[in-house]
Design a protein around this ligand. Structure first.
Ligand SMILES: Nc1nc2c(c(=O)[nH]1)N[C@H]1C(S)=C(S)[C@@H](COP(=O)(O)OP(=O)(O)OC[C@H]3O[C@@H](n4cnc5c(=O)[nH]c(N)nc54)[C@H](O)[C@@H]3O)O[C@H]1N2
Ligand SMILES: Nc1nc2c(c(=O)[nH]1)N[C@H]1C(S)=C(S)[C@@H](COP(=O)(O)OP(=O)(O)OC[C@H]3O[C@@H](n4cnc5c(=O)[nH]c(N)nc54)[C@H](O)[C@@H]3O)O[C@H]1N2
Ligand SMILES: [Mo]
Length: 763
């Protein structure tokens, strides 16, 4: 087994601190050479440097001298490594062998250096020239019966400029098949927020958190690992007296206690307890929780002279309260208890916190978005905020914390399978062609279309489609059946070893590298989780002279495919990204004077009418209360509700190492965290090896060989890491409205292991 060295110790209550950053630095220095590593880290998230390729948490107005965190350092190390995957590597390693390697091993081989092609039925990738590569793609696209036989995936590291030309190319070709990682990530947030407040993005600024909020609720999020710099903001909030409530099935280290590496006190002190209140909710219990909270607020409003709602705000800015209130009145407390595992007294105490706070922010991430009822849950959070006017004023609002560093920007640029008609109209006016108006495939529908033989070309700019998507075995078969797959990537990953009948890997520049496309130094732009757009400039020499920028790759391909007659100036776009920004400024609202504003230190903030003017661009022009139907997830006897999460040593499908320091597990990833009382009931021992078997209407799925770790998670719930457990998520298990794979509530049983697991992992 790959996890032979697995060791389980006590979980940590404290996150970050000196060991964190030192640990990160050691990684960078080891992989990228001392001088190169230091140069890279010094420029992360500085005004003249590059945007950290880690998470989308915003940079403070005046960055600390060293504004990075342990996991940012790991992300940089992963990209700036001195190891290389070149032609000799592919000659030595057949694809059939690479497919047996772990995700960690694949990632550790280094940066891709030249374009390679896997010919039909070949077991090796072999070098191919850039020109030949473009001809192959153009040939396959030309052979399609309809443009909808192509699908163009994006991962959230792609710059605004690359995203804009990529979606333009897809639509010029004639398809809206633009699935992206958002479909698996914050799609539920975008859907719920667009419906209710009219804008699918968060409504708070960094200062709202650090300087203004009285109460910050962090629900379904593990910032200590996934947004470490958020802890600094929470600590600042706390220093001036804000209260913090954490709602989570797991007592995550960062939320419980935090030592700030950026501050002397944090370094010498014992750490700050961050959460004033920890509500250990059951997995998928949040809709019931917020409905119950809203019901209690409603009762308080009725029984308190003068009420507890913000009447003026409700009158002026909202509709639908009566219907929502009827749903709260109909709520069954037995359902609330069953769904949340919390007792009424805990909810009453939380409501007291809320009533004392004159401004409230709710932050959330994947713990809310990847459930079947994710969209109703987030709508219910909007209901909660609206009741007391907690939106569109200082220190209040909705804060979906995005994942990838530019995932929000990619959406702003039109990477979306369901673009708004307004966006398409603007594209049409600017470029003089009729973009396709029918919706395209999202991620799950792309897999279905591949499986059913309806896709001829699958192209991905970034990401690791085979590993990130649900139902790994189904997805792998689907990918293998596609006539041509094309991957624009920086590093080797699982998707490359699950090739289409023919498959191309096109190596590209990363964030940290100087981009001299068109003979001049180019910069790109990104948008963070709080709608701040700023520039990012790489500073290191490229990993190989053969690398091209994502912009250059897309523009060259577009010209090759669309021919010399296409009036889009692809060549000018590639030789001067300012020409792309000029077009963006005329197509996307909020980007006026883009070039000037984005080069100013700190960039600029995109407009957000609910945040800026309390104006709600919904169909009715008002914020909408919604009545949501609760359906409690009933877990059959002897089963657990499994959530699939990140360890402290990974960035999504990129595995940095085998440790999860904060949860006390080292040397292996095949673990399943279960409450000791559940283990006793199930007759399973701590330390025992089990298979995880997920039960779904179309049959069972198995992930073999997981060590059981007794852990203080909520009763009835279990947790294990993604992507090893994606095999358990049925393709058809998707969220209402958003279609997001339900990777955080999978009914499983634990079976004593029957055979040992192969090292290949995901497939
Ligand atoms: N270092 C690092 N940084 C990252 C990433 C990474 O992999 N590594 N990934 C990036 C990306 S793309 C994203 S989207 C974000 C992800 O950031 P997170 O959402 O923090 O990531 P997860 O590990 O999925 O953690 C989900 C959290 O929600 C909790 N949770 C699960 N189910 C429920 C529930 O039903 N209710 C409640 N209340 N809580 C629940 C889990 O216990 C866990 O704390 O991080 C980004 N940043
Ligand atoms: N079970 C389960 N599944 C999940 C999740 C979960 O919580 N549980 N989370 C979901 C979420 S939130 C997300 S966002 C998705 C992530 O899905 P993806 O975005 O598809 O996956 P990543 O692991 O982020 O992609 C990593 C790859 O991107 C490439 N890469 C890195 N940097 C660059 C770059 O600058 N340019 C280019 N072109 N390529 C680059 C490298 O080759 C690397 O191997 O996974 C989803 N899947
Ligand atoms: Mo994500």
């Amino acid at each position: 087994m790959a996890d032979d060295g697995l060791r389980v110790g006590k979980p940590k209550r404290t996150a970050a601190g000196v060991p964190g950053v030192v640990h990160g630095l050691a990684d960078v220095l080891e992989q990228s050479g001392v001088a190169r590593g230091y140069r890279a880290l010094r420029l992360v998230n500085q005004h003249q440097g590059f945007d950290c390729p880690g998470c989308a948490w915003p940079e403070p107005g005046k960055p600390h001298l060293v504004e990075f965190c342990e996991n940012g350092a790991k992300a940089v190390a992963e990209e700036t490594t001195v190891r290389r995957v070149d032609a000799a590597f592919f000659a030595e390693h057949p694809i059939s062998e690479l497919a047996t390697r772990s995700d960690h091993w694949l990632g550790q081989q280094g940066r891709l250096t030249e374009p390679v092609l896997r010919e039909a039925a070949a077991d090796h990738y072999a070098p191919v020239s850039w020109d030949e590569a473009f001809e192959i793609i153009a040939g396959e696209l030309a052979a399609m019966d309809s443009p909808d036989q192509a699908a163009f995936y994006t991962s959230g590291r792609t710059s605004n400029e690359a995203a804009f030309v990529y979606q333009l190319f897809a639509r010029r070709l004639g398809t809206n098949n633009l699935p992206d990682c958002s479909n698996m990530c914050h799609e539920s947030s975008s859907a719920a927020l667009t419906e209710t407040i009219g804008v699918g993005k968060g409504s708070v600024t960094l200062a709202d958190i650090t300087d203004h909020a009285d109460l910050i609720v962090v629900v379904g999020q593990n910032p200590g690992t996934n947004h470490p710099r958020m802890l600094t903001a929470l600590e600042q909030a706390k220093d001036r007296g804000a209260r913090i409530v954490a709602i989570n099935p797991l007592p995550e280290a960062g939320l419980m206690t935090f030592k700030n590496p950026q501050r002397v006190r944090g370094i010498v002190g014992r750490g700050t307890p961050l959460a004033d209140r920890f509500l250990q909710i059951k997995v998928a219990g949040d809709l019931a929780f917020f409905q119950a909270v809203n019901r209690l607020l409603l009762e308080a409003d009725e029984s308190t002279p003068g009420g507890v709602f913000d009447r003026d705000f409700l009158e002026a800015h909202t509709t639908g309260l009566r219907e929502a209130a009827a749903a709260w009145r109909a709520l069954d407390w037995a359902d609330v208890t069953a769904a949340t595992g919390l007792d009424r007294a805990q909810l009453v105490e939380f409501v007291a916190d809320v009533r004392e706070a004159s401004s409230v922010i709710v932050c959330w991430a994947m713990g809310l978005t990847q459930h079947r009822q994710a969209v109703p849950t987030i709508r219910e959070i909007v209901n909660f905020l609206l009741l007391r006017g907690n939106i569109g004023r200082p220190g209040a609002g909705a804060c979906p914390v995005r994942g990838h560093s530019n995932v929000q920007g990619d959406r702003t640029m039109g990477i979306c399978e369901r673009p708004t008609q307004a966006f398409l109209d603007a594209l049409e006016a600017e470029f003089g062609f009729g973009p396709p108006r029918t919706p395209g495939h999202d991620t799950v529908n792309t897999i279905r279309a591949m499986r059913d033989g309806r896709i001829r070309v699958f192209m991905a700019v970034g990401g690791n489609f085979a590993a990130a998507t649900p139902d790994s075995a189904v997805t792998a078969d689907a990918l293998r059946s596609v006539p041509l797959t094309v991957h624009v990537s920086t590093k080797l990953n699982r998707t490359h070893v699950v090739p289409g009948r023919r498959s191309l890997i096109l190596p590209c520049l990363g964030r940290t590298e100087v981009d001299t496309t068109g003979g001049r130094e180019q910069f790109v732009t990104v948008e963070d989780s709080m709608s701040v757009v700023h520039a990012s400039r790489g500073t290191l020499p490229p990993a190989s002279p053969e690398l091209r920028s994502e912009v250059a790759i897309v523009c060259t391909l577009a010209r090759q495919v669309l021919g010399p007659g296409d009036p889009t100036p692809w060549e000018s776009f590639a030789s001067d990204y300012a020409a792309i920004r000029d077009r963006i400024s005329r197509v996307v609202p909020g980007f006026d004077d883009f070039e000037n504003r984005v080069t100013a230190p700190g960039g600029f903030v995109l407009p957000h009418p609910p945040r800026d003017q309390r104006s709600f661009p919904t169909a009715t022009g008002k914020a909408r209360f919604t009545a949501n139907a609760l359906s409690v997830v009933r877990v059959p006897e002897g089963r657990l509700l499994l959530q699939t999460i990140r360890s402290h040593d990974q960035f999504n499908t990129t595995i940095y190492g085998m440790d999860d320091r904060y949860r006390g597990v080292r040397g292996g990833r095949h673990v399943v965290y279960v409450n000791p009382d559940d283990l006793a009931e199930l007759g399973v021992r701590d330390g025992q090896t089990v298979d995880l078997v997920s039960e779904w209407s179309d049959g069972e799925r198995r992930a073999a060989g997981f060590r059981v770790v007794a852990y203080p998670t909520a009763r009835g719930c279990a947790a294990a890491y993604f992507p090893e457990t994606n095999v358990l998520v049925p393709l058809d298990h998707t969220a209402e409205v958003s279609g997001t794979p339900v990777s955080k509530s999978i009914v499983v049983r634990l079976e004593p292991a029957v055979r040992s697991r192969s090292a290949g992992g995901a497939t």
